[in-house]
Design a protein around this ligand. Structure first.
Ligand SMILES: [Zn+2]
Ligand SMILES: [Zn+2]
Length: 282
C-alpha cells in the first residue's frame, strides 16, 4: 500500500495568515515541508482521498495527484470538510453540462451513517451541498456500517466513543495494516483491528508541554482532556502493539518548526512527525 500525507496541518494551517511568529515566517519563506496544508491523506492503491480541508485543491496539485475516485470522510468538522467544493473541481465540466453530458465516473463518497448525516447538514438555502453534487452527477454517496472491500483492500471504520460521529480507519491489504485517526479520536476507540498495525497515523495530539509563545500545558490544563499527549500516543502504540506511529494534524499553536519536530523525533522510538508530501509505503 502507498499513502501520501497531502496535508499535515491542524485546524489552523501553517503559515497562519497574518502571523509574524518565527514558525510562520519560515513556512512562508521555505514552503514545504515547513508549511502545512489542512489535514488529509491520499491512498494511491484506490485513488482515495480522506477528508477535504479548504486548501485540498492546492494540496492535490502540489502532490501531482492524477486521479481521485473515492473520498472518505472522518467527521464533519470544518477543518476536514470545508473544501467540499473540490467535488466541482474534480468532476465538473461546465461546457459539457450545458450539452446535457454528465460525468461517467462520479466520485464515490463513503462515510459512516452518522458522519454522512452530518455531511448532509452542510447546506445552503437550496439544500445540502452533497445533494447538489449528486444531482449534477459529480458524486455518489454510500454509507458504510463497519467495513468495505474494494480491489483487495479492506477498509474498516471504527467509531470513536463520543457524542459526535467520528471514524477512525484501518486499511488492510496483503497482510499489511495502516490505521488513520486524524482528529477527534480521544478517547481512542478499542477495536481488535488495531492490533499489530504496521503504521498508526494519529492527530488530535498536542506535542510537548511548552507550546507557542512559551504557553505551558500543566497537569490540569483543559487541553489534556481534549487531545492526546505524546505519552497517551505512546500508550496507544504499546497497547495495540503498533510498529510505527506518525503524528499528524500539527497545529501552528504548538509553536514548532519542521526542524524542531525532526529534533524531537530523536526522543522517541518509531514515532515521527508528519509533513506535507510524506509518502508511506508498506
Ligand atoms: Zn505563527
Ligand atoms: Zn481536525
Amino acid at each position: 500500500m502507498k499513502f501520501q500525507i497531502l496535508g499535515s496541518g491542524g485546524c489552523v494551517s501553517t503559515p497562519k495568515p497574518l502571523c509574524g511568529c518565527g514558525v510562520c515566517k519560515e513556512a512562508r519563506e521555505k514552503g514545504t515541508p515547513y508549511s502545512r496544508c489542512g489535514c488529509s491523506l491520499y491512498f494511491y492503491d484506490l485513488n482515495l482521498l480522506v477528508d477535504t480541508p479548504e486548501d485540498i485543491g492546492v494540496a492535490l496539485n502540489r502532490a501531482d495527484i492524477k486521479a481521485v475516485d473515492h473520498i472518505l470522510y472522518s467527521h464533519w468538522d470544518p477543518d476536514h470538510t470545508m473544501g467540499i467544493r473540490v467535488m466541482e473541481h474534480l468532476r465538473l465540466e461546465w461546457l459539457s453540462y450545458y450539452e446535457g453530458i454528465i460525468p461517467e465516473n462520479p466520485v464515490i463518497l463513503f462515510a459512516d451513517p452518522g458522519v454522512m448525516n452530518d455531511l448532509n447538514l452542510i447546506r445552503n438555502r437550496q439544500g445540502a451541498f452533497l445533494n447538489y453534487y449528486e444531482n449534477l452527477g459529480l458524486i455518489k454517496r454510500f454509507e458504510v456500517m463497519d467495513s468495505i472491500d474494494i480491489a483487495g483492500v479492506r477498509i474498516t471504520l471504527v467509531s470513536v466513543p463520543k457524542r459526535k460521529a467520528v471514524s477512525v480507519f484501518a486499511f488492510e491489504k496483503d497482510g499489511r495494516k495502516l490505521i488513520y485517526a486524524p482528529c477527534d479520536c480521544r478517547p481512542f476507540p478499542y477495536d481488535i483491528v488495531f492490533y499489530n498495525a504496521d503504521v498508526l497515523i494519529i492527530g488530535n495530539t498536542f506535542v510537548g508541554d511548552v507550546l507557542k509563545n512559551g504557553k505551558i500545558i500543566d497537569k490540569d490544563h483543559p487541553l489534556r482532556s481534549e487531545l492526546h499527549s505524546m505519552e497517551d500516543v505512546l500508550a496507544i502504540k504499546d497497547r495495540f502493539n503498533i510498529k510505527r506511529v506518525i503524528v499528524t494534524h500539527i497545529e501552528e499553536d504548538w509553536g514548532k518548526s519542521f526542524d524542531d519536530y525532526k529534533e524531537l523525533e530523536k526522543e522517541y522510538e518509531n514515532v515521527t512527525f508528519a509533513y506535507d508530501g510524506l509518502v508511506i509505503e508498506l
